[in-house]
Design a protein around this ligand. Structure first.
Ligand code: T46
Length: 143
């Protein structure tokens, strides 16, 4: 189930795509993220990635406790997920779809399209101690 509490380890299957409530009319579309519904945690912080140069990648780390939903609000991006054992790739290319990532999942973002903007809503305030930035350390911690 989306948002189920897993503080020690997670599986790539726990990363779930989320359909975001979208309302459209002749003026265009409006997409909503409701805390407690589409977003399965209390939001403490929002940030977004933009103007990523062609060929660059971001991420390449895991979070010990942070829960996250990523939404590619413009363009497309490839998300690589790894739980220490299994991996999975997901393309985000719609502003009406989010990707929930629980704690202890190694994630990399690559193949950013031109003008791509990736919105990130997360459960924690910024704390460098929450990051595992070394893959060997992550694999050991994920066991
Ligand atoms: C994630 C991916 C998708 C801050 O000062 N405050 C913040 O809230 C954040 C997120 C970052 N920073 C600083 C830390 C670094 O000096 O911004 C710099 C770039 O951060 P980082 O190298 O972690 O950026 P990404 O794009 O590799 O990762 C970020 C998030 O850190 C991470 O949580 O999941 O976006």
């Amino acid at each position: 189930m989306v948002g189920s509490d897993k503080s020690v380890s997670s599986k790539v299957e726990d990363c779930e795509e989320i359909a975001l409530q979208t309302v459209g009319d002749s003026r265009g579309f409006l997409t909503v993220m409701n805390f407690g519904a589409e977003i399965p945690f209390e939001i403490q912080r929002v940030y977004f990635l933009h103007h990523v140069p062609a060929g660059e990648s971001r991420g390449q780390h895991a979070h010990r406790s942070m829960k996250q939903v990523l939404v590619c609000v413009s363009g497309s991006v490839e998300i690589s997920l790894f739980d220490g054992l299994n991996s999975r790739k997901i393309i985000l290319d719609s502003p009406t779809r989010g990707l929930y990532i629980p704690p202890m999942i190694w994630r990399g973002l690559s193949n950013f399209s031109n003008s791509c903007v990736v919105l990130s809503v997360v459960s924690n305030i910024y704390d460098e101690e929450d990051y595992i930035r070394d893959l060997v350390d992550f694999v050991a911690a994920a066991k």
